[in-house]
Design a protein around this ligand. Structure first.
Ligand code: FAD
Length: 339
């Protein structure tokens, strides 16, 4: 008899707000597809779990992004996020369908929901993962190897949850890439009705006030020019190069801590994870906590006056020299190339 009789498939919690699905759900579905492909003998499906109200029509989008099935829980108690009702509903989905693993975005919502559900199920949860693989040595089970930064980001630890199911993990947005949409893809939509034993909300949301985000969302930029402490004297030049390239400026934590950039544009372990097609690191040392947030960029160009700087070890191209001298030359070259 299999060790975890009845537990099957990789489930992805598909986060939505006002009916708009967050990209992280699609990123996790794409990664889950790779995971199931690595264990063909287990015959696992990728299953999306969509919670909300009036969201059933979104299930097909989830399928087109790679899910084989979508479980839809549509209830007016789930219209806006509530820890109580979402945790109730998701726990019931898991108890009813027995997923082998469940992946959730490490968003504000996911970080609130996943641990609560894990505690209710007595399941293991690895938070803030940056890499997920199947253990190739386990033939008769789908054991996830979940890697995350630890000890302040100085080490990476790989965590397994071998004794309980589902194996749960939260993963930051932008860590995995999203597969292209396949319009021809079809799949099964299953409607699930949970029983809310206590319909009285412990916390009542009186009003939702949308945060006004000023400036550009760096996670959506295709070109980023990153300013580190070595570029603090020429941030206007960094911004000018970013503008010439049609991209945006971002920053290391050092620059944010020095009060010279907004936290919203910080890249790294305690900032945002980005994966642009071009990342130009200006006066950035390449500390692992920064690299964790940008190493998946398609092309990395580093400018640093220290030839031994760590950033060069992950750069596709490097310039050893003073940013204050190199950036104006770069800007001129870009302008000339545009003519
Ligand atoms: P520095 O380390 O000071 O490096 C400056 C670089 O600029 C040096 O390599 C230097 O050679 C070069 N330089 C100096 N002058 C010039 C010049 N004129 N021309 C060219 N090069 C020059 N950091 C992040 O960025 N993001 C995070 O999310 C983050 N999270 C963290 C979480 C934890 C728990 C901890 C402990 C740390 C975190 N850090 C983070 C901090 C991280 O460890 C580094 O301290 C930080 O990334 C350093 O920023 P920096 O490279 O800009 O500055």
């Amino acid at each position: 008899m299999a060790k975890f009789e009845g537990y099957k498939d990789i489930y992805v919690f598909v986060e939505q707000k006002n009916g708009e699905i967050a990209n992280v759900g699609y990123e996790l579905i794409s990664e889950a597809r790779k995971l199931v492909a690595s264990i063909p003998h287990m015959n696992f499906d990728v299953v999306g779990v969509l919670l909300g109200h009036n969201i059933k029509d979104k299930a097909n989008d989830v399928i087109k992004h790679g899910a084989d099935k979508v479980i839809v829980v549509d209830d007016e108690l789930l219209a806006t996020y509530s820890t109580q009702f979402y945790a109730d509903a998701l726990t019931q989905v898991i108890n009813a369908f027995k997923p082998d693993s469940l992946l959730t975005g490490a968003t504000v919502l996911g970080r609130d929901l996943a641990p609560r559900v894990a505690a209710r199920l007595n399941a293991g949860l690895t938070a803030d993962a940056t890499k997920i693989e199947m253990d190739p040595e386990k033939e008769d089970e789908a054991l996830l190897l979940v890697t995350r930064p630890t000890f302040g980001g100085n080490l990476f630890g790989t965590i397994i949850c071998p004794d309980t199911r589902p194996q749960m993990a939260t993963i930051r947005p932008n860590v995995f890439s999203m597969d292209p949409v396949d319009e021809s893809r079809t799949g099964e939509v299953i409607e699930f009705t949970p029983e809310f034993t206590d319909k009285e909300a412990k916390v009542v949301v009186k009003e939702v006030i949308e945060k006004v985000v000023e400036g550009i969302d760096i996670t959506k930029c295709d070109i980023l020019v990153g300013a580190g402490r070595g570029a603090e004297d020429c941030l206007d030049m960094v911004a000018a190069v970013a503008e010439e390239l049609g991209g945006a400026m971002c920053a290391s934590r050092a620059v944010v801590d020095d009060g010279l950039a907004d936290k919203a544009i910080q890249v790294g372990q305690t900032g945002k994870t980005v994966r642009p097609s071009l990342y130009i690191a200006c006066g950035i040392s390449g500390a692992c906590q920064h690299v964790a947030g940008m190493e998946k960029s398609d092309m990395i160009i580093a400018i640093n006056r220290d030839p031994q700087a760590e950033i060069f070890s992950i750069a596709n191209m490097g310039f050893v020299g003073d940013v204050k001298e190199i950036l104006p030359l770069l800007k001129e070259e870009i302008i000339a190339a545009k003519k």
